[in-house]
Design a protein. Sequence first.
Length: 305
Amino acid sequence: MLDIKRLQILLKVVETGSVTAAADELFYTPSAVSQQLRKLEEEVGQPLLQRRSRGMVPTDAGHVLASHARSILREMDAAVADLAQIAGLKRGSLSLGTFPTLGGSFLPIVISRFRREYPAIRLDVRSSRLEGLVELLAKGEVGLCLLWEYDWHRLDPKMFELTQVFVEPTVLVVGAEHRLAGMGKVEMADLAQEQWIVRANEHPVAEVLERSCNSAGFAPHIAFQANDYQEAQAMVSVGLGIALAPQTAVVNQHPGVRVLQLGDSVPSRRVMLAQRHDRVRAPAEVAFQSMLLAVGEQWSAGIHA
């Protein structure tokens, strides 16, 4: 393996025609330059320079190696420049995983601000359920990933580096004509006789409902299983039942529903930013995390107001 520094010295001697001139430009002593040239000749197994009355001139092997050295050093300069561009966030890419309730509410605000500040960074955003997101992150297909956890369903800090973005309350969604629609806050214990609309396919909010009702001393009566929160809100709006939802899920609120606070009578959800422990973080990821946490702090202040 040829030493890049020795190639640089060879090229400088060929270009200047003098060991002394090359040493001056490279801030070496002439003896140090001569020593490095001898080592390079030992590496390649043939002479690279010969002394003439007008100074040092390359041999045929020296011409060939100097030409390659010029190309190699040019590529190295380009690599350094490209890295500087990325470090300065003037180019690069960012891969991010998220889940639907955040993708439809909080995350677009972060992305909008990030793209205004760093327009040259290409964003690759993927949305999935928790299991899919964990797999994407573990395989390295995304560098950063937004995940969620409850007290009974904690993410493993040994698997990923975790940073809390914000904590969001679980809220109650009722129809505009519901008897409780004018209330600002209710307790789960007041809802024992209600019919419930819940997310289908063992969605996490179904477990939130089950645990919350059980803690309040009753079992929920399920009237409808919805495929998404838009469908759940629509069914709530026509009086088919009431529903629980993370607050981000009802940011885009149906006009026929009202959102009520439940306080500590239901568990909150923690939104977490996850990344692999062994990953070297690109400057774009560092900048995005900083902006994400800043917007998260503002968002949290708004949802808890």
